[in-house]
Design a protein around this ligand. Structure first.
Ligand SMILES: O=C([O-])C(=O)C[C@H](O)[C@@H](O)C(=O)[O-]
Length: 303
């Protein structure tokens, strides 16, 4: 897939980030992961991000990365494009980006670098080195310590023709608006804040209607229904789902840092597609929280 093809894929529809399956020892469970992707692929997401944030990229080790990307690419070939997460230190991000390309992924999402603060010049060098290490398309993820100004993105767009996408995980309307006004259709834009449904209508009003859904992992039909309601400006359906599901869901999610991922694995377990425990430093939901989440899911009806 060329970078332009990746940009086209990212320009419409709902995208999602599958969780990564671990067995009871906490090791990668390729069989479970393949079954998960087989289950999710027909629901109509435009692309799936393997080993992204919700896929616990930050907890992966050694050869697991390649095993996860290979499983995703092999399982979804001909069904749905696979964009691989890659991030951390520049050299790690490059090694993973190149491995993902070799394994047949359709592009990468460049996740934040590790720990340290960095100025714009350094961030530009980081992204440029990763982009230049591969031929396929790159989407940059604006989050945490890796935050870009519109000017930095313009420099990167000039230097890196294969940088085709911008995923926002910050939710700063002024920044997002300035970036969109400066870069226009040079990038495809992805609203990717945790539980992106909450921001979907606002981002659409800014001119960037595409978003990624983590809840797609356990309520794929509702996630697609919500996306359709955003696409068609059906505010009644959006408000009903926000009120009845997403707002009480946020109350559980916001109880503990890191629950943004844990609650997705909890939901997958509750709907019979368990992906095993999260890895430390994340923690799993407590039994009483599982009960609360189950009650919310049950109200939505069959998926
Ligand atoms: O890195 C990640 O997993 C994300 O931020 C994507 C999620 O799908 C996010 O958009 C969400 O939680 O809905």
């Amino acid at each position: 897939m060329t970078p332009q093809d990746l940009k086209d894929v990212m320009s419409s529809g709902l995208l999602s980030f599958p969780v990564t399956d671990f067995d009871s020892n906490g090791d990668f469970n390729a069989k479970g992961y393949a079954a998960r992707l087989e289950w999710l692929a027909p629901y109509g997401a435009s692309a799936l991000f393997a080993a992204g944030g919700t896929g616990e990229y930050f907890s992966l080790y050694g050869e697991e990365y390649g095993q996860i990307i290979k499983t995703a690419v092999d399982t979804c070939r001909g069904k749905v494009p696979i964009i691989a997460g890659a991030g951390g230190p520049t050299r790690t991000a490059i090694a993973h980006a190149q491995e993902a390309e070799r394994l047949g992924a359709h592009g990468i999402l460049l996740l934040p670098h590790y720990l340290t603060e960095a100025g714009q010049e350094g961030l530009i060098a980081h992204v440029e080195q990763v982009c230049k290490s591969v031929k396929f398309g790159v989407i940059v993820y604006n989050r945490d310590r890796t935050r870009f100004t519109p000017e930095s993105l313009a420099i990167l767009a000039e230097r890196c023709p294969n940088l085709v996408g911008f995923k926002d995980g910050m939710g700063n309307i002024e920044t997002m608006s300035s970036i969109f006004m400066k870069m226009g259709d040079r990038f495809a834009y992805l609203g990717g804040l945790p539980t992106a449904e909450i921001y979907a209508a606002a981002y659409k009003a800014l001119g960037t209607p595409v978003y990624s859904s983590a809840v797609f992992n356990f309520i794929p039909k509702t996630a697609m229904d919500f996306y359709e309601a955003v696409r068609t400006d059906d505010m009644a359906t959006q408000h009903k789902l926000l009120k009845e599901f997403f707002m009480p869901y946020l109350k559980i999610r916001n109880r503990v840092e890191g629950y943004g991922v844990s609650i997705i694995k909890a939901g997958a377990k509750l709907v019979g597609h368990g992906a095993g425990p999260v890895r430390a430093p994340l923690t799993d939901l407590k039994p009483s929280e599982m009960e609360e989440l189950k009650a919310l899911i049950d109200k939505l009806g069959p998926q």
